[in-house]
Design a protein around this ligand. Structure first.
Ligand code: DGL
Length: 263
């Protein structure tokens, strides 16, 4: 099974980490589109364009049979069009894990951290209409502009980054938010810093495990046996932090492929 995965950068690797525990007998082709990162502060038209180009690249170069859009922002901007353009491809998207947070919360106060593009997108609004509307739940939403760069540059513990996180998280801590949706696949890489600042035993919830389980179900429907080994191939379109890649996946090297031009 050939599976394409993409994100603006390193974030989608948190989804790949979850996939490694669940998916077998597959080649994963991962594109980190660092040339165009961060996606979260781009227009939906731009993000759609990047998503179409990467998907086309993965189909042409590697004949992928399944695609995981390991990015909340790109899912919001492009999943409908991708499914329309490639009806035979198994396509799995990423959305903020609000459903899991609703199951976990005891205080009925849930934090949602995501990119500006995800929080302002129709897809997120639909999710809330379906899951939260009419319920006695208080959501604390925060668009974290700049956090993805701090994660990519490994400057999460810098004064600037800690100041931003404290500003964003303080109202949630004071309100006794007990479940925190990490609505961007980069944010699990900041989980420890977020938990430390919240300092109240908050549960941070990401989507990696749910995506991997859903992917496996869809692959099995296609006759996938899921026995054997899994190989990871990493590609990046711009600069990338190799040290972070090594921390996540020792012994895996990533290959520079440059900006993807063809749609
Ligand atoms: N990791 C991405 C997400 O889940 C995108 C982050 C960005 O490039 O802004 O939304």
């Amino acid at each position: 099974m050939k599976i394409g995965v993409f994100d603006s950068g390193l974030g989608g690797l948190t989804v790949v980490q979850a996939m490694l525990g669940i998916i077998r007998d597959a080649d994963i082709f991962y594109v980190a589109d660092t040339f165009n990162a961060p996606y979260g502060e781009k227009t939906s038209k731009e993000i759609l364009d990047y998503s179409l180009k990467i998907t086309n690249y993965l189909i042409v170069q590697y004949q992928i049979e399944a695609l995981v859009v390991a990015c909340n922002t790109a899912t919001s901007a492009s999943i409908k069009q991708l499914r329309k353009k490639y009806p035979k491809l198994v396509i799995i998207g990423t959305e903020p894990a609000v459903k899991s947070a609703l199951e976990l919360t005891k205080t009925s106060k849930i934090g949602v951290l995501a990119t500006p593009a995800t929080l302002s997108g129709d897809k997120y609004q639909c999710l809330l209409d379906n899951l939260v509307k009419g319920r006695d739940i208080k959501l604390y939403e925060q668009a974290c502009a700049g956090l993805v760069e701090h994660i990519e540059n490994d400057t999460l513990k810098s004064e600037e980054s800690l100041r931003l996180l404290e500003k964003w998280l303080k109202p949630m801590r004071e309100a006794k938010v007990d479940s925190m949706v990490l609505g961007c696949t980069h944010y699990p890489l900041a989980r420890k810093v977020i938990e430390d600042i919240m300092d109240n035993g908050v549960k941070c919830i990401d989507s990696g495990h749910a995506i991997s389980k859903h992917l496996l179900t869809r692959l099995k429907e296609q006759g996938h046996k899921n026995e054997g080994k899994l190989t990871l191939h990493l590609f990046h379109t711009g600069e990338i932090n190799q040290i972070l890649i090594q921390k996540l996946f020792p012994y895996v090297c990533s290959e520079y492929i440059g900006k993807i031009e063809k749609n």
